[in-house]
Design a protein around this ligand. Structure first.
Ligand SMILES: [Zn+2]
Length: 399
């Protein structure tokens, strides 16, 4: 008989390894409680004298070479007088609620930082839900409590989580660019929940919050932290104005002659882009022809450019002048969607002027949105919004 032993790879102090079954793809290690220790309650850690019964369970451990390792563990069910119930003894190397060892659970959590749940599950031959639940439990412990310390400027945004109209609210610390909180839906009470977790001092510490012109969020800020300045950012306003441009484009298409329609057709994304980001010569030519052909489309494109100038103003007075000029020019287009947008700009002027006191760079928001989209694409969280939130917060904790 060989003297080679793999026992030292199982340094679990409360059990003895007493047998092993090793095949090419599978190893079973047999373990039982070390008689030198009295059983302890896994909840209160108290030593217990009353053994109710002996039980057995397979616990998956880290792989050994090409083989999956299972520890077939015998353990005791005890009666804990302190907890006043029948409980499982704590053998320290696995959580009684799990079918994997603590070290395998930690390894799964580490793998989930870089691989999808499906990849990890396939790799370790475990089911999807086991992997997700383990990763989620670690994330909950690490990021489950919102870190409200030192927040002064926040950005709040919404993301769509499923096709249709399922949204989540995302709050980030604008100064560090980190997502700190996510909540289901994009209602006023969603964002109120975030503020309700703050102490009075933490609320007082807040100075500004950046967002789009979305009434429920405005309401939540005015209700919970009324001293905080609301700032509307360029990124969202331009995104909204792109919708106006699209409306204008469709109306102009419907009015156009057959030959002009050919030019308007397929121009939607050209109009969305910043002209300096259009690289293909044929696209540039297409856009030039379109702007030459249609005065209304041309005007709204000028309005889009001029809209950006408002956010470049450093003083409230300059910004106010730019807004007035912009609105006058926009009214001259005489298009209902443009006029509606003018009314919105007028109504939310205060938040645009606040930008002069709290100038923020919208590129951060775009970057955050893109990063969240990547996490979403990896299929995290489609079934579990809480897990998705924790995954996003984790991704931003390591920047
Ligand atoms: Zn106990």
């Amino acid at each position: 008989m060989s003297s080679i032993s793999i026992t030292q790879y199982f340094p679990f102090c409360r059990v003895n390894i007493f047998d092993q079954l090793v095949t090419e793809r599978k190893s079973i290690i047999y373990a039982r409680p070390d008689g030198r220790f009295k059983p302890i309650c896994y909840i209160c850690k108290r030593r217990c004298d009353t053994v109710h019964k002996w039980v057995k369970r397979p616990v998956r451990d880290l792989d050994f070479g090409p083989a999956h390792v299972t520890i077939e563990c015998i353990y005791r069910q005890i009666f804990c007088v302190k907890c006043d119930s029948f409980l499982v003894e704590d053998l320290e190397f696995f959580e009684p609620s799990r079918r994997v060892t603590k070290r395998l659970a930690r390894y799964i959590h580490e793998l989930c930082k870089v691989l999808t749940i499906q990849d990890v599950a396939r790799n370790l031959d475990l089911d999807w839900k086991t992997v997700k639940d383990i990763d989620r439990a670690f994330l909950e412990e690490e990021f489950g409590q919102t870190d409200y310390t030192d927040l002064t400027v926040l950005a709040v945004d919404e993301i769509s989580v499923r096709r249709g109209h399922s949204y989540m609210t995302v709050v980030l610390d604008y100064l560090t660019g980190r997502v700190i909180w996510m909540g289901i839906a994009r209602r006023a009470d969603t964002l109120m929940t975030f503020f309700d977790g703050m102490t009075k001092e933490q609320k007082e510490h807040l100075k500004a919050i950046v967002m789009d012109m979305w009434n429920p969020f405005i309401k939540a800020v005015q209700d919970r932290v009324p001293h905080v300045k609301i700032v509307f950012d360029l990124f969202h306003v331009v995104k909204e104005f792109n919708k106006v441009i699209d409306r204008v484009r469709i109306d102009e298409y419907n009015k156009a002659s057959e030959s002009d329609r050919k030019i308007i057709k397929g121009s939607k994304y050209l109009l969305y882009k910043n002209p300096e980001n259009i690289s293909k010569p044929e696209d540039k030519e297409h856009l030039d022809r379109l702007l030459e052909l249609n005065e209304t489309i041309s005007k709204v494109m000028i309005l889009k450019d001029k809209l950006k100038l408002i956010w470049e103003c450093e003083s409230r007075e300059d910004a106010k002048n730019q807004i007035d000029k912009w609105c006058a020019l926009a009214e001259s287009v005489h298009h209902p969607s443009v006029s509606k947008f003018v009314n919105r700009i007028r109504r939310y002027e205060y938040g645009i002027l606040n930008h002069c006191d709290h100038p923020i760079h919208t590129s951060i928001l775009e970057g955050v949105n893109n990063k969240i989209k990547v996490i979403k694409r990896k299929s995290y969280g489609f079934r579990d919004e809480r897990y998705f939130s924790l995954k996003v917060i984790q991704a931003f904790s390591i920047i």
